[in-house]
Design a protein around this ligand. Structure first.
Ligand code: SAH
Length: 333
């Protein structure tokens, strides 16, 4: 698909239902009706970065910070496995307390539960990525956020787009399944740049692409910016499905935060993955990337049942396997 066609599809609000139907049909053809669930553990909201859009940015002094202990993290993963999750995702701010040795210990213990393990902990050194992989991590998720480098450098001060890109290349080279993605509706982001984002994700051959709307957080410099439009985020996701028919595409939590049926709409417009939160207690509330985050008062078991029912109500089934791209199996730790 060329850039011109992508832009036309992204702009075509009138006929978006047709786009959603095509993406849904391509999804069914390429990856079937299974929806893969990933248990998401948000293990620390401490971050060294200052991304203007993000609620857990370093300079947000109004947020109470937490860091789960390695033991708590492993226990949470064990319970998620007992609930039936076959993939665990560990996500956090860039919290360097979790140095290489500490992370590797956590990874090894979780891998002993016979699950696929995804890390989403941001930019680290090549040595770290390598050690995490050897410890057993199977997948890595890091959004490029935007490929408009000027926009990136304005929104992510003191960070380098080039470096983030290089991290993605290291992750790929080390044999992880690579997840990346973007935010839709950032201030000053153009449709043309979203088209470039999609072409970028295609060119780096992502195994998974997470696409979510930007939601303005009141305790960030972007507090007065309008939220990203849900429809545009859905169209972006649907076009991604047409471009990369067999990859994993999550129905993102941010979509449901803008619309009570956001994830179901996404599952009917190209998505085939959901990442229910399995973080416990008040940590859920404190991992506030954006306001209005769903399920902050729920338990892991509740979230799993709730999304499971929704998935079955639209005639889909819960994935029985690990749900890797192209049926790829997790490595042994
Ligand atoms: N530190 C990790 C995890 C970041 S948080 C990393 O760098 O990859 C996960 C994702 O939340 C981010 O990549 C970003 O795309 C998204 N996010 C952050 N703030 C947001 C906001 N205000 N609205 C919607 N999504 C947001």
């Amino acid at each position: 698909m060329n850039k011109h066609t992508i832009i036309e599809l992204l702009n075509n609000e009138q006929e978006q239902d047709k786009l959603f139907q095509s993406a849904d049909a391509v999804r069914q053809q390429a990856v079937g009706d299974e929806v893969h669930l990933r248990g998401l553990i948000e293990f620390s909201n401490i971050c060294r970065n200052n991304c203007l859009y993000c609620g857990i940015r370093k300079d947000n002094n109004l947020l109470r910070r937490y860091r789960m202990s390695p033991k708590e993290i492993v226990e949470t993963a064990r319970r998620a496995k007992e609930l039936g999750f076959r993939t665990i995702v560990l996500q956090s701010g860039e919290d360097m307390w979790f140095e290489q040795k500490v992370m590797c210990g956590i990874i090894e213990k979780i891998k002993a539960f016979d699950v696929a393990l995804t890390l989403s902990i941001g930019e680290r050194s090549y040595e770290d990525y390598k050690a995490f992989r050897h410890a057993g991590a199977d997948r890595y998720l890091m959004r490029i956020e935007t490929t408009d480098q000027d926009l990136y450098h304005r929104l992510d001060p003191h960070m380098s787009w080039q470096h983030r890109y290089e991290c993605l290349m290291m992750i790929k080279e080390l044999g992880y399944e690579l997840g990346s993605g973007i935010l839709v509706g950032l201030p000053d982001q153009t449709i043309e740049s979203i088209a470039d984002d999609l072409l970028f994700l295609q060119s780096i051959e992502v195994d998974m692409a997470g696409i979510g709307p930007f939601i303005a957080h009141p305790h960030t410099p972007l507090k007065n910016a309008p939220n990203g439009p849900l429809d545009l985020a859905l169209r972006t996701m649907a076009v991604m499905r047409l471009m990369l028919p067999d990859i994993n595409i999550p129905a993102t939590t941010a979509m449901e935060s803008l619309h009570p049926q956001g994830r179901i709409l996404a599952l009917q417009s190209g998505a085939n993955v959901v990442m229910p939160n399995v973080t416990e207690g008040e940590y859920r509330k404190l991992y506030e990337l954006y306001p209005g985050k769903i399920c902050v008062n729920d338990t892991p078991a509740h979230c799993q049942t709730c999304i499971g029912m929704k998935i079955m109500s639209i005639g889909r089934k819960i994935g029985a396997g690990y749900g890797g791209h192209n049926g790829r199996m997790p490595q042994d730790a």
